[in-house]
Design a protein around this ligand. Sequence first.
Ligand SMILES: [Zn+2]
Length: 138
Amino acid sequence: MEKETKSLIKDYMLKAGQPNKKTLDDLCRKIVKLRDRKCCVCGSTSYLQTAHFITRSNYAVRWDLDNIWLLCSGCHLMRRNSWHKDPASASEWVRNVLGEDRYNNLRMRASTVGQKIDKNTVLLYLKQEKRRIENGRK
Ligand SMILES: [Zn+2]
């Protein structure tokens, strides 16, 4: 077999065994809605969206539940002091909610560079958290 073909098959096999981005994003959204149920900042139950504190383009914390919160569109994007317009107030909010240690740990995980994410491990973590949240509500 040609070297190139072997490499293509290897890539395919690796990808085939991993959940895709959308699966993990969808599961995160479901879990955060289940966990928070209303806007974490103002308590509104309208125009809810999941918001990443540290950008979701940072894969080290893209599916990290300490980094994702349910916010209304006002608190997320629109208001003068929304997370997108006033990142300092977002930092302060997250720091208050998580506490100093968890906040610093989140920051540290986010600063990880050059690590490949094992999506199967992420999926396992998310399923476990979903179960934990579901059981906690009963
Ligand atoms: Zn809000």
